[in-house]
Design a protein around this ligand. Structure first.
Ligand code: FAD
Length: 230
């Protein structure tokens, strides 16, 4: 299915022209983001927790400590809501009312499951590392049995999702265009700065090319990871 069906749960109501239901558009945002926010409810108390993610087809993978409340909640198959936002700019309108931001955001709904085979777990961890910095998995030491055992990996099947995207200049009321007020867009981007070598780095190890290239604003370095084997 190329689109998530519009339902009462995922239909964007305010400014629906900014809505996207095509999987291709939604997955592009998920893949460019380095983190997501997972929302869940326990005994009437809502929680929203930031965490690293990766995606394979209609599934999001997360990982963490086995005792993590969030992961225990997810692995129990509870309903979840995950949010991702890429901020692209501040929109300066001539009026306060029409001031805005350019963004690409996704809200998705799903249910979780425990990734319980070592094979899928390892492939999901590989995909998580590759999602953040392609090239790192190949160089860093792989998890040993003890580390694997103390790491929980969960998969969230994306049952439903929508994206909302704002681009372009401010949209002012016609009479405001004559006001002597600056209007336009201040573009924003996540920028990688100079790498800082660890104080205990052994001598003679230079910064790898993949670290120098790991700029999240250059989507070409975020090549889709290989299938985690699901
Ligand atoms: C950029 C980023 C990436 C992360 N990636 C991962 C990941 O891949 N895997 C992972 O397991 N964790 C990750 N974390 C940490 C994650 O947000 C949680 O802190 C952790 O998973 C929850 O652990 P817990 O079970 O001890 O906390 P919980 O028992 O879930 O939380 C207890 C309470 O602690 C507070 N709390 C928990 N986390 C945070 C937080 N991040 N900031 C402020 N208050 C908080 C809240 O009040 C919460 O109700 C990441 C955090 C950030 C900011």
């Amino acid at each position: 299915m190329p689109e998530f069906p519009k339902t009462k749960r995922n239909q964007v109501r305010r400014l629906p022209k900014r809505a996207e239901y095509r999987k291709e558009a939604i997955f592009k945002i998920i893949d460019e983001a380095l983190i997501c926010h997972v929302g869940f409810e326990q005994q009437g108390q809502p929680f929203v927790i930031p965490t690293i993610h990766t995606r394979w087809e209609d599934t999001i993978y997360l990982h963490g400590a086995t005792l993590s409340r969030m992961l225990q909640h997810i692995r129990a198959g509870n309903p979840l809501c995950v949010e991702i936002t890429l901020l692209d700019g501040i929109v300066f309108a001539r009026s306060v009312f029409h001031s805005s931001m350019n963004y690409r955001s996704v809200v998705l709904f799903g249910t979780g499951r425990l990734v319980d085979t070592d094979d899928e777990k390892l492939r999901a961890l590989e995909a998580l590392i590759k999602h953040v910095v392609p090239g790192r998995w190949e160089e860093a030491r792989k998890p040993n049995q003890k580390e694997l055992a103390s790491t929980t990996v969960v998969a969230i099947h994306i049952d439903s999702a929508s994206a909302k995207i704002r681009t372009g200049p401010p949209v002012d009321d016609e009479e405001d265009y004559q006001l002597p007020v600056w209007a336009g867009v201040l573009p924003l981007q996540l920028q990688a700065l100079e790498p800082i070598a660890d104080a205990r780095l052994e001598e003679g190890i230079s910064v790898p090319k993949y670290v120098m290239q790991a700029n999240p604003t250059r989507p070409e370095v975020f090549i889709l990871p290989k299938s985690p084997g699901v």
